[in-house]
Design a binder for this molecule. Structure first.
Ligand SMILES: *[C@@H]1O[C@H](CO)[C@@H](O)[C@H](O)[C@H]1NC(C)=O
Ligand SMILES: *[C@@H]1O[C@H](CO)[C@@H](O)[C@H](O)[C@H]1NC(C)=O
Ligand SMILES: *[C@@H]1O[C@H](CO)[C@@H](O)[C@H](O)[C@H]1NC(C)=O
Ligand SMILES: *[C@@H]1O[C@H](CO)[C@@H](O)[C@H](O)[C@H]1NC(C)=O
Ligand SMILES: *[C@@H]1O[C@H](CO)[C@@H](O)[C@H](O)[C@H]1NC(C)=O
Length: 484
């Protein structure tokens, strides 16, 4: 709750134009890689749904033999075989959707198998993800391309300003506003006005604005937020058939405010089934990496990214400071860090308050390692700021699911140190060989584009990465539902 004070505490952030910055977290990622499920999807309740999936897969294989484009449009490309045309027309929109998803899964699966060949083949596309920073660059690429080809989101129009259809764009919770605006007014490619053709349904409310407009300051009473969410779900589930059809499993919400997880408790199906895109991706607070998405926290005070971070120095620029941190004492980890390192060692530039003549971003640009401890909540905008600065982030966090760790291999561009080892921090970082450090830093430069907020969005940037994480969860999801 205290994180509400972050507005004042994080004065170090002067980003511009709602454009960049983020925090991260991670934990034990090995148990989770959504792509791994593709070859062997886990079904919560195998049964009629599974049979339907199988049917769809085989039907789609037939159609694929005729259709060269892989398009889900059932009226094109089939002129050569009228039997197939008739068959296809009989499919409901929903079946067509599922069929498209089945094709996407198949193509991603084959990319996973043929990774080397594919990666080489894809070299024609300048955006192709390559290298160690990805868990599997070719599956990622294939799944990204499938998303571009097919993914459709329906955005509910219910609800009124300011809490719905808008969100902050100039503070720590910038992602809320930028994502909602992009979904509502941009991103035409990924949007559909026909809810029958949608793969997922977006509930465009802002938890940060709930806190601003319906929360009583200092009351620490979050029930108004829960009620809002509960009412919202009630409205859409009465008016449309989609919520009941999957018990919310193909619906998503996005919240960067720390209270996002609490607000989502307003409806138990939303909490348990829906895709919750939450900056506060704290495993001990119910974040479920199988279905929830961890976006980065990007702080844009004033709405802009600092010009200092727009063009970071080239990789070999000298960085006089070994490690850097400045920030308030909130949460359990930071006092420990400051206790051990503040004013102790010239190599460890650790401050509660920055010296007057120094500025935050210059420090990051001149440091080799940027320390990113959790505050009250797991996410921290420092992680993204470090990435923007070309500074290797050192993640000091428990229970944090790092952003996009479904596709990114955080070990290749960051260092994670157990919080209990903070007293040995310098020793641990010093033991990293120069060669290894250079690789980490190169990795930081490579992943930078995935954390950038652009207006309009660019391929593979943070907006598309968030969408991709949602897409991946949708294609793995086989909502064990009432869908017929
Ligand atoms: C059309 O497709 C059906 C089903 O696959 C097949 O039996 C039939 O021979 C095809 N007809 C033509 C003209 O290719
Ligand atoms: C969905 O289920 C709820 C609760 O069971 C019910 O009140 C509502 O009318 C249903 N919605 C539709 C569209 O049938
Ligand atoms: C989620 O499901 C569990 C188990 O079914 C249930 O005990 C819990 O109350 C649900 N969570 C919420 C927030 O409703
Ligand atoms: C950085 O320096 C190293 C060693 O001095 C050199 O091998 C490498 O090519 C340089 N990289 C760049 C991008 O200049
Ligand atoms: C994460 O959740 C746990 C359980 O609610 C809580 O104790 C912890 O303070 C939260 N935040 C962080 C930064 O770990």
């Amino acid at each position: 709750m205290e994180s509400y004070y972050r507005y004042s505490v994080s004065a170090f952030i002067l980003l511009c134009l709602c454009v960049f910055t983020i925090p991260v977290v991670f934990l034990n990622y090995d148990h989770f890689n959504p792509f791994m499920n593709l070859s062997n999807p886990t079904l919560e309740s195998p049964g009629p749904k599974f049979e339907l999936q199988r049917l769809i897969v085989s039907t789609s294989d037939q159609i694929r033999a005729v259709s060269t484009s892989g398009s889900t449009d059932d009226h094109q490309h089939l002129n050569r075989n009228t039997t197939l045309i008739r068959e296809t027309k009989k499919l409901s929109k929903e079946q067509v959707l599922e069929q498209g998803l089945a094709r996407a899964r198949a193509s991603i699966r084959s990319a996973a198998i043929a990774r080397i060949v594919r990666t080489a083949f894809f070299m024609n596309d300048n955006d192709v993800p390559v290298g160690d920073v990805y868990r599997n660059p070719s599956t990622f690429y294939q799944s990204y391309v499938e998303m571009e080809r097919r993914f459709k989101v329906y955005v509910y129009s219910e609800g009124e300003l300011p809490i719905v259809h808008d969100g902050p764009c100039k503070n720590l919770y910038t992602i809320e506003g930028r994502f909602i605006h992009e979904m509502e007014h941009g991103a035409k490619r990924f949007r559909t006005n026909d809810p029958q053709r949608a793969h997922v349904y977006f509930m465009p409310f802002s938890v940060a604005w709930m806190v601003k407009y319906i929360y009583t300051p200092l009351s620490f009473d979050i029930t108004p937020l829960k009620h809002f969410v509960s009412d919202y779900v009630k409205v859409i589930s009465i008016k449309y058939p989609f919520w009941n059809r999957t018990h919310g499993a193909d619906h998503f919400m996005l919240a960067c405010h720390d209270w996002g997880p609490h607000a989502s408790q307003g409806n138990s199906l939303l909490y348990n089934n829906s895709i919750r895109v939450l900056c506060n991706a704290n495993i001990s607070e119910g974040f479920n990496p199988q279905k929830d998405v961890s976006p980065p926290e990007i702080s844009l005070i004033g709405g802009y990214l600092s010009h200092k971070l727009i063009h970071p120095p080239p990789p070999n620029t000298s960085r006089p400071y070994f490690a850097f941190f400045a920030g308030g004492l909130h949460g359990p980890i930071r006092p420990y860090l400051l206790q051990h390192w503040k004013g102790r060692d010239n190599d460890m530039q650790v401050y509660e308050y920055l010296p007057k003549n120094k500025d935050y971003y210059s420090y990051m640009l001149e440091s080799k390692f940027c320390l990113c401890p959790s505050g009250y909540e797991v996410a921290s905008p420092r992680i993204v700021e470090a990435i923007y600065s070309g500074c290797v982030p050192v993640i000091l966090s428990d229970n944090y699911v790092l952003p996009f760790s479904d596709v990114l291999q955080w070990e290749a561009f960051s260092v994670q140190v157990e919080t209990t080892k903070i007293p040995r921090l310098k020793e641990i970082l010093s033991a990293i060989p120069e060669e290894k450090y250079r690789k980490l830093q190169e990795g930081v430069i490579v992943v930078r584009r995935h954390f950038m907020l652009n207006r309009p969005p660019k391929r593979f940037d943070v907006f598309h990465m968030i969408l991709h994480s949602i897409w991946v969860r949708r294609i793995n999801a086989r909502p064990n539902s009432n869908r017929s």
